[in-house]
Design a protein around this ligand. Structure first.
Ligand code: AHM
Ligand code: MG
Length: 362
């Protein structure tokens, strides 16, 4: 007889709903932050709904405009951005908003101003929108420290100043992963029957041993990468037990899998994009905060002459980019060992590549 897995949905507590707003109030006692997170949750739900209905509502395809990076905007990019901007403006908890889809920061009018500043990519993974593959929203929240009306300086800050970071994944289920400063990483799943995000997992941590041996990168670009990155990935593929390659092409999905299963996600600088592709404020920083709080490592690799902890970058522009290497300590350190080895070679000599994979584990 085949074994069966029982549908436990009827066993879910029918009384004790551990909602996101309850979680935020209980853990921060900050009413304005609770309102802000409610606005973000609302925008995530509306975006999830738009993604689900896209085929029926004629929401696939191009909107006919380009965004700040010169990328063609999809209808869902535009709609999700409008949803987020509207929700965040009208919650009266924000002073400055930065979106991937808006060239300039949005300064909230004084009559609607609150104390938080939010940088977000409303629908990340644009290349996957039209083929119904998981996409996501990424956001980082700062608390305003300079009195007066909002300015760009309220949000052009280091990653380590973030008070909240999170992403929402629009996949088979809609899931919100949030890190509140000093309170670890928490998972919330959208229960569509009541329209609420319910707390499902507390204090998410990377697997202690580094987890599954997986590397995640757009390897089609490998010929354009620097040599340490090429050699690190070659190392992952070598030997009798090579790493598996998994790459969705949506940062939210690739980081979510890395967080839960282990391994490393790499989007390095390359000859095409010497500063990297991903954005510091609304891709790099929020993911770095989550990864570090879960016990992982988030680095830029060699960038502007040194290896940076990603959270230490000081962005000068709201759409600035950086290379990204993040994941379990085991695998990020393995990649960084190749950068250390390259840097340690005296001029005119070849790096000792044979020792690179263990350079940071000794
Ligand atoms: P987007 O903000 O235009 O969607 O670009 C960001 C996305 C990330 O989600 C993903 O990690 C990366 O770009 C994929 O890039 P590529 O298609 O070059 O592999
Ligand atoms: Mg993006």
């Amino acid at each position: 007889m085949s074994s069966s897995v029982r549908d436990n949905s009827d066993d879910v507590d029918q009384v004790n709903y551990k909602t996101l707003s309850r979680f935020v109030m209980a853990n921060t006692a900050d009413q304005e932050l609770t309102i802000l997170m409610g606005a973000i949750a609302l925008a995530c739900k509306a975006t999830a709904r738009a993604c689900r209905k896209a085929g029926i509502a004629n929401l696939f395809g191009l909107a006919g405009e380009q965004n700040t990076s010169g990328d063609d905007q999809k209808k869902l990019d535009v709609l999700s951005n409008d949803i987020f901007v509207n929700a965040l403006l009208n919650c009266h908890a924000c002073a400055v908003l930065v979106s991937e889809e808006n060239e300039d920061p949005i300064i909230v009018p004084p009559s609607m101003q609150g104390k938080y500043c939010v940088a977000f990519d409303p629908l990340d993974g644009s290349s996957n929108i039209d083929c119904n593959v998981s996409t996501g929203t990424i956001f980082g929240v700062y608390e305003k420290t300079i009195p007066g009306p909002g300015t760009v300086d309220d949000i052009l800050r280091k990653g380590k100043d973030l008070v909240v970071a999170g992403y929402c994944m629009y996949g088979a289920a809609t899931e919100l992963v949030i890190c509140f400063q000093g309170r670890g990483v928490h998972r919330f799943a959208l229960d569509p029957s009541i329209g609420e995000f319910i707390h499902t997992h507390a204090n998410v941590k990377f697997p202690a041993d580094g987890g599954k041996k997986i590397y995640s990168a757009n390897e089609g670009n490998s010929g354009l990468w620097d040599e340490p990155c090429q050699r690190a990935v070659a190392h992952f593929k070598s030997g009798d037990k090579p790493y598996a390659l998994r790459y969705v092409g949506s940062m939210v999905s690739d980081v979510h899998r890395t967080l839960l299963y282990g391994g490393v996600f790499i989007y390095p600088a390359d000859k095409k994009s010497p500063g990297g592709k991903l954005r510091v404020l609304y891709e790099g920083f929020p993911m770095a905060m989550i990864v570090e709080a879960a016990g992982g490592v988030a680095s830029t690799g060699l960038f502007n002459g040194k290896i940076h902890r990603m959270m230490d970058l000081e962005p000068k522009g709201v759409h600035e980019r950086c290379p990204v290497i993040l994941g379990s300590e085991r695998d990020v350190n393995l990649v960084l060992g190749f950068y250390d080895t390259a840097a340690a070679a005296p001029p005119g000599t070849l790096p000792n590549w044979a020792a690179a994979a263990t350079a940071r584990s000794n």
